[in-house]
Design a protein around this ligand. Structure first.
Ligand code: GDP
Length: 322
């Protein structure tokens, strides 16, 4: 698959309504791919193997981006462990299996940096997988993601399928989830400072101690990396995708505050969990393959805030400032 992918290839983006899937669909369409296939949740329950097989038989995708799943931030993971484990295990299994049954040429499976042990040496190399205990706040999700990686490797080994895996760091961008109970930290901070600005509140609460460190990648960069790997990478080991740079949650809160509501004071809420102390990926394998991110964090936050304000009017509970 190292030659260019034909513009009329039938490409299934599983999960096109999500943060990642919508970015991959945008990227593929911008590159001129004419047969991007999608299915909404209402049209196709990806947890149902019979339904997925039926869909693959009818649509015959040649390439698959498997980026569908039940996702969320630290609270959603902690309070809905059954959904995170069941939905993701099932979705990964049905799509991988149908891709094998119906002769898909290549599949890219998207994991997550939470697959790595809580105490992994930083920056985290790909071979840190399964070398220690996981972070408890997202263990069910991580287990489903690890099973997905092993699933791709096993189908590759037993059936010769060209199924590859990419492990992205924390993502953000347009079409993110801005709901405060289920979102990740960056959209949550954008929403919290925005709401405080609109209501005139002087204080914004940030969960935990502010000391955990995270790495953030704009989803348009991730989409670009996924298309790059689909075109150029056929290896059997998963590949980390990130920027190679991290910052503390406290520093991130100040960045968002300065952009959205500079007058606000940041206050930490230690009753909320910190999660894993640090999650910074070693991206040397991806750099060696020839891919680097291009969207700087400050620019990415500014454009995401702009997207949020322009699209907030659609969400009744969010007020757009004058
Ligand atoms: P994680 O990377 O899997 O831990 O997922 P999150 O993006 O949900 O959280 C990252 C860090 O940001 C954790 O230490 C959270 O406690 C912290 N954080 C601070 N404020 C918030 C918030 O309002 N929402 C979320 N989701 N996390 C927050």
């Amino acid at each position: 698959m190292s030659e260019a992918i034909p513009q009329d290839a039938r490409i299934f983006v599983a999960g096109h309504r999500g943060l990642v899937g919508s970015a991959i669909e945008r990227r593929l369409r911008a590159l001129g791919f004419a047969n991007v296939l999608t299915a909404t949740r209402e049209q196709l329950d990806l947890r149902d193997q019979a339904a997925v097989n039926y869909w693959f038989r009818a649509n015959r995708p040649e390439l698959v981006y498997l980026v569908a799943g039940t996702v969320g931030g630290i609270m959603a993971n902690a309070t809905r462990p059954a959904e995170f484990l069941y939905d993701n295990m099932m979705i990964h299994a049905t799509v991988v299996h149908a891709s094998h049954l119906f002769g898909v040429d290549k599949l890219l499976y998207l994991g997550s940096s939470c697959i790595y042990p809580r105490e992994a040496a930083q920056p985290i190399r790909e071979d840190a997988l399964l070398t220690g205990p996981l972070e408890p706040t997202n263990e069910p999700y991580a287990l489903a993601k690890i099973a997905g990686i092993r699933l791709c490797e096993s189908y590759r080994r037993q059936y010769g399928c060209n199924f590859i895996s990419a492990m992205p760091t924390n993502l953000y961008g347009p079409h993110d989830n801005f709901d405060l109970t289920s979102s990740h930290v960056l959209p949550a901070l954008i929403r919290k400072f925005h709401d405080a600005r609109v209501s005139g509140a002087a204080v914004v609460e940030v969960w935990g101690s502010g000391t955990p460190r995270r790495e953030f990648l704009h989803v348009d960069d991730l989409a670009d990396a996924c298309v790059f790997l689909m075109e150029r990478y056929d290896g059997d080991t998963h590949v980390n995708v990130g920027t190679g740079e991290d910052l503390s949650i406290g520093e991130l809160a100040v960045m968002v505050r300065d952009l959205v509501h500079p007058a606000a004071e940041v206050v930490f809420d230690p009753s909320k969990p910190d999660g894993t102390p640090r999650k910074l990926l070693d991206v040397s394998r991806l750099h060696e393959l020839g891919w680097h991110h291009s969207i700087d964090l400050a620019d990415g936050i500014a454009s995401t805030y702009d997207w949020f304000v322009r699209n907030a009017a659609r969400q009744k509970s969010i007020t757009v400032p004058a």
